[in-house]
Design a protein around this ligand. Structure first.
Ligand code: FES
Ligand SMILES: [Fe+2]
Length: 468
């Protein structure tokens, strides 16, 4: 229990109200706008009985068993320079700094966001033959997706059912016909059935089927393989429905991995010292382009589409300049890009990005489609994961275009990595609590709303315990 009164921050729509001796302790004269959590005894939602109401009138009236988070509207006159609420009643505040480095919040994200989220593992073309597999890790959960003998794609927990050894340690590979656990040799077919064990007579009789590999929820969308560790909520296709038609025009079903040089792996991964949310927020705003990405800014027009489409999908898009600003790569890309007639005309010289929250992105270029993913590793640390896919076109012009695309975007990625690692350092500074967002950052607010909806305490400017 807290012993000090809750503070009202003009930029925050939510305050923590301490409960002392089982009663609300607060001198706030404000109206309850929305109760985020908190229950009166007998388990009745306070919201059902009090909203909206003058908080001051009800001080001490309702015994509560724990601290309460309430969204409030300040009733004092606003000072000049304060931020006005937007049309839906929220203030344009960023998430507070503590959520980017708190261990408690990181654990809450696992339970309330990530385990039930769809995660992109790869593309069906990454698994061309039976036995080809890709492994995937999210927090402590591990999965393997594999092409079976029947030419299906299946997903399993990558954990042996004997005594829990990790079954496959490589990121990807081929296991012709079977998985063999490296610890005691339990063997599974590609359908996950346990087919052999060492020294079978040393075990009491038991049902082998009971020890088959545990399946993981999987969905294939546009050829991309998604998994989730907890089956909860809508599927990928349903979530992507607002952008489905446009996305399908890229023909991702027919794509195959772009062949990189021998020194460049097919899938690119990179560890960054930045929280996954810092990476997502950086991806979904263009406010930093003019100063952070001079090369990209020279190639693309300033007009940028930033559309929130439902609670967890967003579309971002910009058109190539008719005449790029001086830069060898941008000018050459602009000149060489072949007319991609499978795309509608307005998409042939446009780069479009789709975000599927919490952390998956499709970067759709006329010449290729990349998936990009930011995986949480620890508070303030994440892993970037990216792979490019292309339609069959071995022409010299297309090969040059793709090379130039990589050259431009590799540079953008390096610039972004520096930006987000610097932001992470600033977030930990005692001087920073929260910031304010511009119109160009409307999707950062959309994403913050997504987080606050999943974990309401993310609206509190001070760390909140007991988030689970
Ligand atoms: S843990 Fe896999 S065979 Fe024993
Ligand atoms: Fe960027």
């Amino acid at each position: 229990m807290c012993s000090s009164a809750g503070k009202l921050d003009p930029y925050s729509s939510l305050v923590r109200v301490p409960i002392v001796g089982g009663h609300i302790l607060s001198g706030l004269t404000t109206k309850i706008h929305r109760i985020r959590h908190g229950r009166i005894r007998k388990n009745l939602a306070l919201r059902d009985r009090l909203c909206p109401i003058n908080f001051a009138h009800y001080l001490y009236d309702f015994p509560l068993s724990r601290d309460l988070d309430v969204a409030v509207q300040p009733d004092k006159p606003r000072d000049q320079g304060e931020i006005e609420p937007d049309s839906v009643g929220h203030l344009t505040a960023t998430l507070p700094a503590w959520v980017y480095y708190s261990q408690d919040f990181f654990e809450a994200e696992k339970q309330k966001i990530f385990l039930s989220s769809w995660q992109l593992v790869g593309h069906t073309s990454d698994l061309p033959e039976p036995g080809c597999y890709i492994t995937f890790q999210l927090y402590e959960e591990r999965a393997v997706v594999v092409r079976t003998q029947d030419d299906e794609i299946k997903a399993f927990h990558n954990v042996c059912r004997h005594r829990a050894h990790i079954l496959l340690n490589d990121d990807r590979g081929t296991c012709p016909g079977k998985f063999v656990c490296p610890y005691h040799g339990w063997t599974y077919d590609l359908e996950g059935n346990r087919t052999a064990i060492g020294h079978p007579t040393s075990f009491l009789p038991h049902d082998a089927q009971h020890f088959a590999l545990s399946p993981v929820d999987m969905e294939i969308y546009g050829g991309f393989i998604f998994i989730r560790f907890r089956s909860e909520g809508a599927g990928v296709a349903e979530r992507m429905s607002p952008v489905h038609e446009e996305f399908m025009a890229y023909q991702t079903l027919l794509m195959t991995p772009e062949e990189k040089s021998e020194t460049k792996p097919v899938m690119w991964t990179h560890a960054v010292d930045a929280d996954w949310k810092v990476g997502v927020e950086n991806f979904i705003e263009d406010y930093h382009f003019f100063i952070g990405h001079r090369g990209l800014f020279g190639l693309m027009e300033e007009q940028y589409d930033r559309e929130p489409l439902g609670p967890d999908v967003a579309r971002l898009s910009h058109k190539m300049r008719a005449r790029p600003q001086p830069s060898w790569s941008a000018e050459a890309y602009n000149k060489l890009l072949p007319d991609q007639t499978h795309l509608p005309k307005e998409m042939r010289r446009r780069w479009t990005y789709y975000a599927l929250y919490p952390n998956n992105f499709f970067d759709c270029y006329p010449d290729q489609v990349n998936f990009f993913q930011i995986l949480p590793v620890a508070p303030g640390k994440s892993l970037l994961r990216c792979q490019s896919y292309v339609l069959q076109d071995d022409s010299r012009a297309m090969r040059a275009t793709r090379y130039l695309n990589s050259r431009i975007n590799d540079r953008v990625q390096d610039e972004d990595n520096d930006l987000i690692e610097s932001v992470q350092k600033g977030l930990i500074s005692s001087s920073y609590q929260s910031g304010v967002l511009s119109d160009k950052e409307n999707l950062v607010k959309h994403f913050a709303d997504f987080i606050r909806d999943k974990i309401p305490s993310a609206a509190a400017n001070i760390p909140v315990k007991s988030l689970h």
